[in-house]
Design a protein around this ligand. Sequence first.
Ligand code: GRF
Length: 213
Amino acid sequence: MKLAVLISGSGSNLQSFIDDCARGALPAEIAVVLSNKPEAGGLARAHAANIPTLVVDHREFESREAFDAAMLEALAPFAPDLVILAGFMRILTPDFIAAFRSRLLNIHPSLLPKYPGLKTHQRALDAGDSEAGATVHFVTEELDGGPPVLFARVPIEAGDSADTLAARVQLREHQLYPQAARWFVEGRLELCGDRALLDGEALPASGADLDTI
Ligand code: GRF
């Protein structure tokens, strides 16, 4: 299976895919990495792994629709089977989502449905939560609202800042995201209506727990 990974930043999640593909833990090929930011650190990670890269800079387009159309055109020659949003910080249009419907995954740094959107770690701290985490979900038109696939919990510790918590959550993201992709690549995971199915069975509404699979 061919993957396209979309990034905007440092690409530590991308690195977990590169590493798992290289050691055979994820039986797939990263066909292309696309960034909307020319300065994204993840591009260097892709270059180091000899993965083709694309930069489609959103600032060069006058509308979200035009930007997404340009991304679709740039990705088309790579014919990805699965599109991985890995810290891709643009909201996608319905046309883009429709083009990859049922084969578009995102990772969000909270235990969804809690804290969709930004500043998730600070919001969890402000709420006095005892745990945080990350969730991989199928992407639908609803922002961070598509069916959850897999989540990992992380304890919130006394003295945590948003940064220390984010670092702890990210370590788990790097296990979580390739595992969800592995299910898809193995043909075990699918989107059916508004539910994610694993081996033909509906996953729980909040997804499966990485610690109990
Ligand atoms: C991750 O924390 C992810 O959950 C969020 O953006 C961050 C991307 O980090 N959506 P990286 O670029 O993969 O290091």
